[in-house]
Write a protein that binds this ligand. Structure first.
Ligand SMILES: [Zn+2]
Length: 299
């Protein structure tokens, strides 16, 4: 009998039920642990913390299992990853002038590194991506691949670097201990440096509307944040001047279609229609309940 973990943000143990476990072992395939894939409607048992508003799985799979699953996950991205990186770069830009310096910038869960050229354009040196999936690193363009370091985020991977900015987009939900992650980031940053996180907001109207059919209700999510939970996470690690804002994701219509909870047959028909109309690659920006948080380490 495994014991339940405390809330990974505030260590509280008082919660209410949020969703029951739904796992179909036959469908736990390689794609389950790759980012941006069709929603599968599988999830772990989830509860909502009374202390900080985090939704989390009290009995997540073992870290060994998760590490192996991410290291070997099939890589299923490309144009969507580029579109997401453009969205995050645009949202981040306004916060950069408040940084004390532009030494190293580190993107954690960097995939094939679409954000790293943006760091270089903005004058950060060095630009570093940390990514556990070798398939993602091997898919990186030749100019970006040397900037990627294979592994899970830890101090040892960044030994000797001066770090002004640490970003992590859509990875916090997957980590066994997001508090440890943010604490490690705080320790690595130089004074006046910043962390920038993008997460799914479970309280966003679209996610509340879709309920259990929302793509955020997914077996790979060990926790789901709300604005209050995300702010609590950053405050408890010592970040200040914390700013939260919803962000609009711009993606081609064909990608939005893939995310919808429609049956596969209907998606195929609609996709062919969009292609015939020449609209499948039209960009559409929508607020789909993603939240950006930026917090600064005291100078
Ligand atoms: Zn909590």
């Amino acid at each position: 009998m495994s014991t339940e973990r405390a809330c990974p943000v505030c260590q509280g143990r008082h919660y209410t039920r949020f969703a029951d476990e739904r796992i179909d072992p036959a469908r736990v395939g390689a794609l389950t642990y790759a980012s941006r894939k069709p929603p599968e409607f599988m999830c772990l048992r989830l509860v909502r913390c009374h202390g900080c508003d985090l939704v989390y799985a009290p009995t997540p799979p073992s870290e060994e299992f998760l590490h192996a699953a991410y290291g070997e996950a099939a890589f299923d991205s490309g144009p969507e990853a580029m579109a997401a990186a453009r969205t995050y770069a645009a949202a981040l830009r306004a916060h950069l002038p408040a940084l004390a310096a532009r030494h190293g910038a580190v993107d954690v869960g960097a995939g094939s590194g679409p954000l790293l050229p943006f760091f270089q354009e903005q004058g950060f040196h060095p630009a570093i991506g940390i990514e556990p999936s070798r398939a993602a690193i091997e898919a990186a363009p030749p100019a970006v691949r040397p900037l990627l370091r294979e592994g899970m985020f830890c101090r040892a991977l960044l030994e000797g670097e001066s770090v002004s900015l640490i970003t992590s987009f859509m990875t916090l939900e997957h980590l066994p201990d997001p508090g440890q992650f943010v604490g490690t980031a705080h320790g690595l940053l130089e004074p006046g440096g910043a962390i920038a996180l993008v997460v799914h907001d479970w309280r966003a109207p679209l996610n509340r509307l879709l309920g259990r059919r929302s793509p955020i209700i997914d077996v790979e999510h060990l926790q789901l944040f709300s604005p209050r939970a995300l702010r609590t996470l950053l405050e408890r690690s010592g970040f200040e001047r914390i700013a939260l804002q919803p962000i609009r994701n711009a993606y081609p219509l064909r990608y939005w279609l893939r995310l919808t909870p429609l049956p596969a047959g209907a998606k195929g028909v609609l996709l062919r229609l969009l292609e015939r109309l020449g609209l499948a690659d039209r960009q559409l920006a929508m607020n789909v309940g993603n939240l950006l948080a930026v917090g600064f380490k005291p100078r």
